[in-house]
Design a protein around this ligand. Structure first.
Ligand SMILES: [Zn+2]
Length: 478
């Protein structure tokens, strides 16, 4: 099967140019002019952008958390992603407390097997660091799970102490793993939460009041310091505030191997949303919490200045009815997490129109850097001969109004109800197969066709193989 995407403007992280894309089977085989002859199918992209399929490296499908389970599985979550122009994600498998990493990985493979519509990978959340667990990290790398996450938040659930984090970092430094950190000071937050609840301050707005930005900044600094001593690369997930961005920027300026991501919601929503009338604020409870407009400005600046490298979603949907309402009597009982896998690319397309970032930078932070940092570039994350034909044809001028009715996640709300954005995917291809056409899922988009992507070890420090995001950094580091 030969497919040609003709007449569009290709946007990669480094270039913008007009050309046809020839796809044979699952791969891109050529880029050039007038390639349509002999094609079985021609997709006319005249006047549209042709983008690499976006990659969301931070999602939680079918994730048990806070006494309930996130409401998208690997089918509904993938359908939502594809409708929004995302063609791959990396989800978090979790080591069961006291169990092995392999137990966790097997559990998550079983969640995705037979259900995945698009391609996916796994990170591994480490919850304890018995010596045999640390040894097992090598086996994860061999199985293509080359990133490990530690939580400095959520005591009694996922949080690890500094010793555990340090042990994971030291092993990662040797085996090619990238350590990801949820950076918030969980113990002090726990104290603040208990105090608020005891004082009767139980409405959703106390979620952000008990998780101040200073405690994210402190935790980020601590993680970076431990990574320096362990000589390990580190990636701070969902950075929300100036304190944390500044910590990352300082370490990067000194040449330390530190990267950071933020998520769509931190650019578009604020803590005021948590103070909405009644219990409505529960729809906006995620951790770290939404912050201020000043923090949003710092995040945009960080994206422009190359201080943050990725915009993901932390897609972790809980229905308002029946799940968020578990916390009706106290914000401490509201499951932490909000949806966003479908909304991300549309909202960030609007951000390009608004001048927050260029179209190339948009592609870089949503597709190319995720693929490079997480060991699957150039199979994923760009448009080039040999790459998987994960491609999105994007009508940058079409408008879209977000609502529960027009989104595809299993969840019963969107955080962006009524918001209008410019930019809509008209065609979404996964490994050469058309998944979504003008907002309609195709018959080819079947559960079970999605494949697990075995990722390579982190490559920053290997001369000659370097594919990290900021080439100049290598010189600075030397
Ligand atoms: Zn998360």
């Amino acid at each position: 099967m030969k497919t040609v995407i003709s007449g569009g403007t290709i946007v990669t992280a480094s270039e913008t140019y007009r050309a046809d894309v020839l796809i044979e089977g699952e791969r891109i085989v050529a880029i050039g002019t007038d390639l349509s002859e002999g094609a079985d199918r021609v997709i006319d992209a005249t006047g549209k952008l042709v983008l690499p399929g976006a990659i969301d490296v931070h999602t939680h499908m079918d994730m048990p958390f806070g006494g309930t389970t996130s409401c998208d599985d690997f089918t509904s979550g993938h359908v939502a992603a594809l409708h929004g122009g995302t063609t791959m994600h990396i989800d978090f498998s979790t080591q069961p407390k006291g169990g092995s990493l392999q137990d966790g990985l097997d559990t998550w493979h079983a969640k995705a097997d037979g259900k995945a519509v698009m391609d996916y990978g796994f990170h591994m959340i480490v919850t304890d660091a018995r010596p045999e667990v640390i040894e097992e990290l090598d086996s994860m790398v061999e199985q293509g799970v080359t990133s490990f996450k530690c939580f400095l938040a959520y005591p009694d659930a996922l949080m690890v102490d500094d010793d555990t984090l340090f042990a994971v970092m030291e092993r990662a430094s040797a085996n090619g793993g990238l350590v990801m950190i949820h950076a918030e000071n969980g113990q002090v937050i726990d104290t603040l939460v208990k105090r608020a609840v005891a004082a009767g301050d139980t409405r959703p707005g106390f979620h952000y009041r008990t998780r101040p930005a200073a405690l994210e900044g402190e935790s980020t600094e601590r993680a970076i310091a431990l990574a320096k001593v362990a000589d390990a690369p580190v990636y701070i997930v969902h950075v929300t505030c100036a304190e944390a961005v500044d910590a990352i920027a300082r370490a990067r300026a000194k040449g330390q191997k530190v990267w950071g991501e933020s998520c769509t919601q931190y650019f578009y929503l604020t803590q005021d949303d948590l103070d909405r009338d009644g219990f409505e604020g529960a729809k906006f409870v995620c951790s770290p919490p939404l912050r201020t407009e000043a923090d949003q400005a710092r995040l945009w600046e960080a994206i422009r200045r190359d201080e943050l490298e990725v915009i993901s979603t932390d897609h972790c949907p809980f229905n308002y009815e029946g799940q968020k309402t578990l916390g009706r009597d106290s914000f401490a009982g509201i499951p932490n997490g909000i949806p966003g896998i479908e909304e991300r690319m549309g909202l960030l397309s609007e951000a390009v129109w608004e001048g927050h970032l260029t179209a190339q930078r948009w592609v870089e932070v949503t597709a190319t850097n995720p693929a490079k940092l997480f060991g699957c570039y150039p199979k994923k994350g760009t448009i080039a001969p040999g790459s998987d034909a994960d491609i999105v044809v994007w009508d940058a001028e079409a408008t879209h109004t977000w609502s529960k009715e027009t989104t595809h996640s299993a969840i019963d709300y969107t955080c962006y109800e009524g918001m209008e954005t410019r930019g809509v995917p008209t065609h979404v291809l996964s490994r050469g197969e058309l998944m979504v056409e003008h907002g309609q899922l195709t018959d080819a988009a079947t559960p079970g066709r999605g494949q697990f992507v075995k990722r390579r070890p982190f490559e920053f420090e290997r001369p000659g193989e370097f594919v990290g995001p900021v080439e100049a950094r290598e010189t600075a580091h030397a």
